[in-house]
Design a protein around this ligand. Sequence first.
Ligand code: PEP
Length: 256
Amino acid sequence: MPHRPYIVGNWKMNGSRAMLAEARAIDRAAGRYPDVQVALAPPFTLIGALREAITAMGVGGQDCHAQAKGAHTGDVSGAMLIDAGADFVILGHSERRKDHGESDELVRSKAEAALAAGLTIIVCVGETLDQRDAGDAVAIVSSQIDGSLPVGEVANEAAAAGKIAVAYEPVWAIGTGRVAAVEDVVAMHAAISERLTGIYGDAADKVRILYGGSVNAGNASELLAAPGVSGALVGGASLTSDAFLPIIAAAGTGEA
Ligand code: PEP
């Protein structure tokens, strides 16, 4: 694996201050696996408290607005995430694309705003089951890459600095217990990588491509060892340290 593995937990709309104990346990594990980059994206409400509770892992948001500030009730900007203690943001998750009608164009504008604010970004792409069954998975994901990834000078510099990641998350594998076949993951990551080279040139090598979709203790080793897989975006199995720690352990050698 050319990159330091990047294991990111997405707590979605779950979590309260009571769950900070789980986050502390995950953080202690992150400290024992310095060869793995571990991060958690809690709900906005917990970002500040999480930042104060941990020392070894990254803290991120699950979305941000494309504008830096203004009359956008209920939204937060990239600068606000940084102010709260975040260092990265997940953008274009399929749940946001579906629940909030987020288009590739909107995801791209959020991505460019987040980079301008100084955040690392994880841009999510992935096909639905109908699209895969129709044989369109690579075409759909390629067009999401072309439309959602940030472009321009700031983006090129961010790519070269390793501040852009892509998460390939087949929609049908998210929260369902169904995992994509490793050969399909490898093929899709290769297709994404080729597309990224078209956008960022040589700097595309620095863009990490994570797999997401029902990653757990039982399948993490095989997925993380697959060529072109630089890490995992993990939903359900990141909510408890018991479920998340084996995934971190599968990604690294650790000291423990
Ligand atoms: C996700 O939310 O990005 C995700 C991959 O969820 P899960 O691991 O629960 O499938």
